[in-house]
Design a protein around this ligand. Structure first.
Ligand SMILES: Nc1ncnc2c1ncn2[C@@H]1O[C@H](COP(=O)(O)OP(=O)(O)OP(=O)(O)O)[C@@H](O)[C@H]1O
Length: 525
């Protein structure tokens, strides 16, 4: 493995699209970036990898003008720039595609693209022609007049990329672009990125998926504890070596496990049907059973009913039909708090909406959703000391990188927020754990830790419903995988034998009628 040590403040060469020198950024109690040096050559795909909290997002936000650095210089196409806002970045030809899409569902592709950029080509025919031209040029296959709500996840992402191209971006930053995509969509995205590169664009992307990074990037910069430690080429490293560069130590080998499934039913969902506010069925006649010691994985493209399934089980959605039993109890009519008190742990999909009070300190977040139970209460009273001590324990046990438990949740990096939620939900020794994307946004080291925690709990008899977009995670953790498509369970797979490609086909309905799914009668058609 060769690592290219980055020279100190070398002058930008004409082939450099971006050169970052000596960048530092501090937040209260945290050094997010220090002595960051790296160079992105024009017309290449450059990946940025690092552990949770390593400082990747902060660095990209500095490059896009969202955050101001405390020191250092940014050179774009040979010119030193001060990026005071995203407007400055866009003027310098830099665009950013965020992980959470910022599209209005009820508007068309055209309306979304021109919103805020009306001055460029108006809002009518000229804009439509320009959008069509960009879409054709890079093979995006988008129709300017289609409603965004009718588009799949991959297409929405292409609309986001189109938006920045429309605004003239030559350098495009993507924050974890593959986190929400199925394998086929990842391939399509990479084809788009390669096409953009072939036509002279420079792409910088953050990712935790090291095999993907190795397959698509020309160069990879590793950031560790706020600073750049190496820039390497994919041919020179393995995924494991890359992970070790990120962590700065050797990684433990993942453990393999025997089945621990018992015959004791912990969660039994029968004929569950859920309607949305408009009365449309978003979940149709879903039945599933999870036993003590069993992980049932749910694979599906986002938006196929998995959110409603999870929310119905934890009591946030009232079903239109069917029943839910927790052990001996029919909990269909119970409210959320009672379900949680009876042993349902919940790692929510959207940690900002349901998992955390962002402006409250971590120790208060320990209490959230657990306000009636030890260690947060003692008799009828809130036990601040108990909550604080347990927060310290979670921070240590789950390696949550934070200055302390009085820090607000907002100030933690995304992955560290997630580690805290997982720690909290596992603390109350749940009987059933509903885990929605439990390792989304966490780095490989933390992912291995979270998997180990889930496996340990499963050995001790926990029943887990695992909803994930990460097929390797589903295959690695589940005892059985069921595929959800358009609100129905459409097939059951054995994780020992299924491939990500087979799952991807079932998830998109590409194998309908021909796939090797084995119907269990559990809500399958
Ligand atoms: N607005 C903020 N206020 C205070 N601290 C912050 C803020 N933004 C980031 N930090 C801190 O800066 C450090 C770097 O965070 P950053 O989000 O850049 O990490 P990251 O590498 O992108 O992590 P992840 O992979 O988890 O998203 C973290 O310790 C984080 O807690």
């Amino acid at each position: 493995m060769t690592t290219t040590d980055l020279p100190e403040r070398a002058p930008a060469s004409p082939g450099d699209a971006v050169r970052v020198s000596g960048i530092g950024k501090r937040f209260p109690g945290v050094v997010a970036n220090h002595d960051v040096d790296f160079t992105v050559r024009a017309g290449t795909i450059h990946a940025l990898v690092g552990e949770n909290g390593a400082g990747k997002s902060t660095l990209m936000k500095i490059l896009y003008g969202v955050q101001k650095p405390d020191e250092g210089t940014i050179t774009v196409n040979g010119k030193d720039l001060v990026l005071g806002s995203p407007t400055d970045a866009i003027a310098a030809g830099i665009g950013m595609v965020f992980q959470h899409f910022m599209l209005a569902d009820n508007l068309t592709v055209l309306e979304n693209v021109v919103l805020g950029a009306e001055k460029l080509h108006g809002i009518g025919g000229r804009a439509r022609d320009r959008i069509q031209e960009i879409s054709d040029r890079y093979g995006f296959g988008l129709d300017p007049d289609e409603l965004v709500e009718d588009l799949g996840v991959g297409e929405r992402q292409r609309v986001e990329i189109l938006k920045v191209l429309y605004r003239g971006a030559e350098i495009i930053i993507l924050d974890e672009p593959t986190a929400v995509l199925v394998p086929q969509e990842v391939e399509a995205l990479f084809a788009n990125l390669r096409e953009l590169k072939a036509q002279g664009h420079t792409l910088i992307f953050i990712s935790h998926k090291l095999d993907e990074v190795l397959s698509v990037a020309d160069e990879i910069t590793v950031i560790r504890r706020g600073t750049t430690v190496a820039t390497v080429e994919p041919a020179d490293v393995t995924a494991r070596q890359l992970a070790e560069l990120m962590v700065g130590a050797e990684l433990p080998s993942p453990s393999t496990e025997e089945s621990t499934v018992t015959d004791q039913v912990r969660l039994d969902v029968r004929h569950l049907t859920v309607r949305d506010d408009a009365g449309r069925e978003v979940l149709h006649d879903v039945s599933l059973t999870i036993h003590a010691g069993e992980v049932l994985g749910i694979a599906g493209v986002e938006g196929n009913g998995q959110t409603e399934l999870v929310e119905a089980i934890v009591g946030m959605h009232r079903p239109a039909g069917g029943s839910i039993r927790l052990g001996e109890d029919d909990i269909t009519a119970w409210h959320t708090l009672r379900r949680r008190e009876s042993g349902i742990g919940y790692i929510p999909e959207d940690r900002h909406r349901h998992g955390l009070l962002l402006d409250a300190p971590l120790w208060e977040n320990r209490i959230l959703g657990h306000q009636t139970r030890e260690p947060n209460v003692s008799g009828p009273f809130l036990d601040r000391r108990g909550a604080r001590e347990d927060s310290e324990r979670i921070v240590a046990e789950y390696d949550v990188r934070t200055p302390g438990i009085d820090t607000t949740a907002r100030a933690l990096s995304g992955g560290n927020q997630q580690k805290f939620i997982v720690g909290r939900e596992m603390s109350s020794t749940p009987v059933v754990l509903i885990a929605s994307h439990p390792t989304r946004g966490v780095d490989v080291g933390a992912q291995a830790q979270i998997w180990d925690h889930i496996r340990r709990a499963r050995r001790e008899g926990l029943a887990v419903l695992l909803v994930s977009a990460d097929l390797d995670e589903l295959i690695g953790l589940s005892d059985t995988i069921q595929v959800i498509l358009r609100g129905r369970l459409v097939g059951t797979f054995d994780p020992q034998t299924v491939t990500p490609q087979q799952l991807g086909s079932a998830m998109t309905g590409a194998d309908e009628g021909t796939g090797e799914t084995t119907d269990t009668g559990a809500g399958a058609e």
